[in-house]
Design a protein around this ligand. Structure first.
Ligand code: HEC
Ligand code: HEC
Length: 437
């Protein structure tokens, strides 16, 4: 497929927001591997930095390392433990567990299509797959190795790896090469062969009437496409941006947390952010940990919706169990908080509309996971009447303060700029704001 050069430029920008990384020139190297209908060769080339094209040798070594429990302090946890290929590269748990069954404070996202992410992690703290791979090995709750030197020493002492690194990279094991091999394996984990892809490339019968109606609602009444647009240039169903949609907003006082957070965070220190994100209450500050911008408090990366049928539980904290719960969350406009994204509004969706949207979301699963997708749909449907997040009154606008125009009509007291994360700013009463002439 050929894209107009304007689109390619936009794509290059969208896909390269990682700090300090220049937009890669279109790769001169090896041609892309055979790609599924949902992934264009242009996207592939833009997403794989020149020199990082996965060679079969690197991919094979990377896969071995991805499955290697000896990369953890007590030889019990591999990348695969939390990103199980058979489970769509997730662990099926609300919160992941690392060595010694320690829980982290976040849900494991899928590695499928992570190659196309503009940034890695829920808060985008890593710019590349290589940077990303170096962190879980060293996180005390995940794989628990004390430092890169210890990892390298351990891997060098395993004769099989010593030989294979020599063969693949032409030198002794080092931490960068280890991350590069894992990243090469991950770059081959693309997915774009769902029933939706058949439908969008011309097979009108690939979706049922209910799924088609779900797709229409997705782009219309339900407004999902304002953050999760899906099309040829955005095949992940993600705008790759960060939003506060009010997940877990009822669990904390964001202002107090952000004030404390400001004292602790050293921006730019990836390792520190990793530990705060996975081991502390500051996890809930989301993107704010990376940018220290007030408007990023509680905001997280818009995740891909491909394969979402098999990657539950949902959201950065795994707090929503089914896609019906997700729909209930959106239908009521999320959970109000001072940093709620302006795009979050009550939707007034009816039960049949919610069912159609859920069927549509299940049609985004790659055909290689058909069986699991059907099982998950059945499991979730069995909970269809158990709906802790449902609030029909609010969703239909009969209750609550969420109007149709803006989530916070009383902005003069709730304007984030006046909340004083960086010191006490007493809100100015509206009457004194503009002096009479
Ligand atoms: C203990 C469970 C656990 C282990 C082990 C683990 N991960 Fe993860 N992974 C997670 C969680 C949880 C997140 C999300 C953390 C966050 O965003 O703060 C994550 C995020 C990621 C992401 C980012 C995906 C995205 O959409 O942003 C990638 C890629 C990834 N892991 C790959 C790996 C690799 C490679 C390894 C091994 C070197 C690994 N993981 C080991 C749990 C784990
Ligand atoms: C304002 C932007 C925005 C809108 C509008 C939006 N989303 Fe999201 N979506 C997000 C963000 C951001 C997250 C992650 C939030 C978090 O974890 O705190 C998310 C998470 C999700 C998830 C969880 C995925 C996972 O792997 O955990 C699903 C499913 C989802 N959205 C579907 C939808 C649907 C369906 C709609 C329309 C009804 C919609 N979204 C509207 C931004 C948005």
């Amino acid at each position: 497929m050929r894209l107009p050069s304007g689109v390619v430029t936009v794509l290059a920008v969208v896909l390269n927001t990682g700090v300090g990384h220049a937009a890669p020139a279109p790769s001169q190297g090896s041609p892309p591997p055979p790609l599924p209908p949902g992934v264009s060769a242009t996207l592939w080339k833009l997403s794989v930095p020149p020199g990082s094209e996965p060679t079969p040798e690197k991919v094979a070594l990377g896969e071995k390392l991805f499955r290697e429990k000896r990369l953890s302090a007590d030889n019990t946890v591999a990348c695969m433990t939390c990103h199980e290929p058979e489970l769509g590269f997730t662990d099926g748990k609300a919160l992941s567990e690392g060595i010694g069954n320690q829980k982290v404070t976040r849900n494991s996202p899928t590695v499928l299509n992570a190659v196309f992410n503009a940034t890695q992690f829920w808060d985008g703290r890593s710019a590349t797959l290589e940077d990303q791979a170096k962190l879980p090995i060293l996180n005390p709750r995940e794989m628990g190795m004390p430092n890169p030197e210890a990892v390298v020493a351990k891997v060098r002492a395993i004769p099989e790896y010593a030989a294979e690194f020599k063969k693949v990279f032409g030198r002794d094991v080092n931490y960068d090469d280890l991350a590069a091999a894992i990243a090469a394996f991950e770059r081959m984990q693309f997915s774009g062969n769902a029933r939706f892809d058949k439908f969008i490339t011309g097979d009108a019968k690939a979706l049922s009437a209910s799924e088609k109606n779900g797709w229409a609602l997705f782009n219309g009444k339900a407004r999902c496409n304002s953050c999760h647009a899906g099309n040829a240039v955005s095949p992940l169903f993600s705008d790759q941006k960060f939003h506060n949609i009010g997940v877990a907003a009822h669990k904390q006082d964001f202002i107090a947390l952000a004030r404390k957070g400001v004292q602790v965070v050293r921006t730019g220190d990836e390792k520190q952010i990793d530990e705060l994100a996975l081991q502390t209450e500051f996890s809930e500050l989301g993107r704010f940990l990376v940018t220290k911008q007030e408007n990023d408090v509680g905001s997280f990366k818009t995740p891909t919706l491909r394969n979402v049928g098999i990657t539950g539980p949902y959201m950065h904290d795994g707090s929503l169990t089914t896609l019906w719960d997700v729909m209930d969350h959106y239908n009521k406009g999320g959970v109000p908080n001072p940093f709620l994204d302006g795009g979050m509004q009550r939707l007034g969706l009816t039960e049949p509309e919610i069912d159609d949207l859920v069927s549509f979301l299940f049609a985004l699963t790659d055909s290689k996971y058909d069986k699991l997708n059907k099982e998950q749909l059945a499991k979730q449907r069995a909970r269809r009447n158990n709906r802790p997040e449902r609030d029909t009154e609010v969703a239909l606008g009969k209750k609550g303060h969420l109007g149709d125009l803006a989530p916070n009509p009383d902005l003069h007291v709730k304007n984030p700029a006046d909340l004083g994360i960086y010191g006490d700013v007493t809100p100015v009463a509206p009457s004194t704001q503009s002096k009479p002439r």
